[in-house]
Design a protein around this ligand. Structure first.
Ligand SMILES: Nc1nc2c(ncn2[C@@H]2O[C@H](COP(=O)(O)OP(=O)(O)O)[C@@H](O)[C@H]2O)c(=O)[nH]1
Ligand SMILES: [Mg+2]
Length: 254
């Protein structure tokens, strides 16, 4: 059985998905799970077609567009139940190059909980095809999240990344708040908070050639609020721990 599960969330990605899936399958040991949210362009039909010729691809179909975050959580739970050891997130639209997969595996197997493919390492910007507005949104979003959460990462919002099963099992997956792209920030925070190493490696991000982005104002709003939510959660956790410690010390000292 394969060790590595590549989870690909899709909404209307018929034009890009086949190339991505075929490029992943060129690498031994990888299984692809597509989590499709009610695509109407033939995406799930194409996946069913390929499933009839290989047992290294699976499909979960959901009834409506339920968000990137919940698509990944659904995929992770599916893979944990089936015994996969490493979980890779990848977009369907050609933005993430499957040729980088062996590099992810090499480092994650050295005991890292989460390995993020970063577009912004060593002070450079490795993005092809974004206009200035989109780049600014991404850079500012990253700066904002890292200032508030202090994880010292260059690209917390990157969606090309790999988790170990131990890191995913240490997190309460049902307690993850984010439905949209802030999911990436929240997961990096939670893996770090669970005591696992979070590392980065450089990748090049290519803007999609086909289909359209699902980014919306609601998704940006959710990402703006999330770091504050996590800070409050951290603070209330610390207060609860202090109160518990005081009560415990009082009890054992009589
Ligand atoms: N299943 C599912 N996939 C989604 C959803 N929103 C986005 N995606 C997928 O997530 C990946 C990244 O989305 P995309 O729109 O390209 O985001 P962008 O690269 O930030 O513009 C693509 O494969 C999308 O099809 C969603 O609500 N559900
Ligand atoms: Mg995209």
């Amino acid at each position: 059985m394969e060790k590595y599960l590549v989870v690909i969330p899709t909404v209307n990605e018929r034009l890009s998905l086949p190339k991505m899936v075929q490029a992943v399958l060129k690498h031994d040991g990888f299984h692809v799970l597509v989590v499709d949210d009610a695509s109407t362009d033939g995406t799930p039909e194409w996946v069913k077609e390929i499933i009839s010729s290989t047992d290294r691809v699976s499909l979960i179909e959901r009834p409506s567009k339920l968000g990137l975050g919940t698509a990944y959580i659904t995929g992770f739970k599916w893979g944990i139940q089936r015994g996969f050891r490493y979980f890779i997130e990848m977009d369907a639209d050609g933005s993430h190059n499957p040729d980088a997969l062996p590099w992810f595996i090499k480092e994650i197997e050295e005991g890292v909980g989460l390995l993020i493919g970063s577009r912004y390492m060593n002070g450079s910007i490795s993005v092809v095809g974004w206009d200035f507005r989109r780049l600014l949104l991404s850079k500012c979003g990253n700066l904002y999240a890292s200032l508030l959460l202090g994880l010292g990462l260059t690209d917390m919002t990157s969606g090309f990344r790999c988790y170990s099963v131990q890191a995913l099992q240490a997190i309460d997956l049902d307690g993850v708040h984010s439905t949209g792209y802030s999911f990436q920030i929240e997961m990096a925070y939670r893996v770090d908070a669970a005591g696992f190493k979070v590392h980065e490696m450089p990748i090049i991000f290519y803007e999609r050639n086909y289909g359209s982005s699902k980014m919306s104002k609601r998704i940006v709003r959710e990402a703006a609020i999330l770091p504050w939510r996590l800070r409050i959660e951290r603070l209330s956790g610390a207060v609860a721990r202090t109160l518990f410690r005081k009560k415990y010390v009082k009890e054992i000292s009589g």
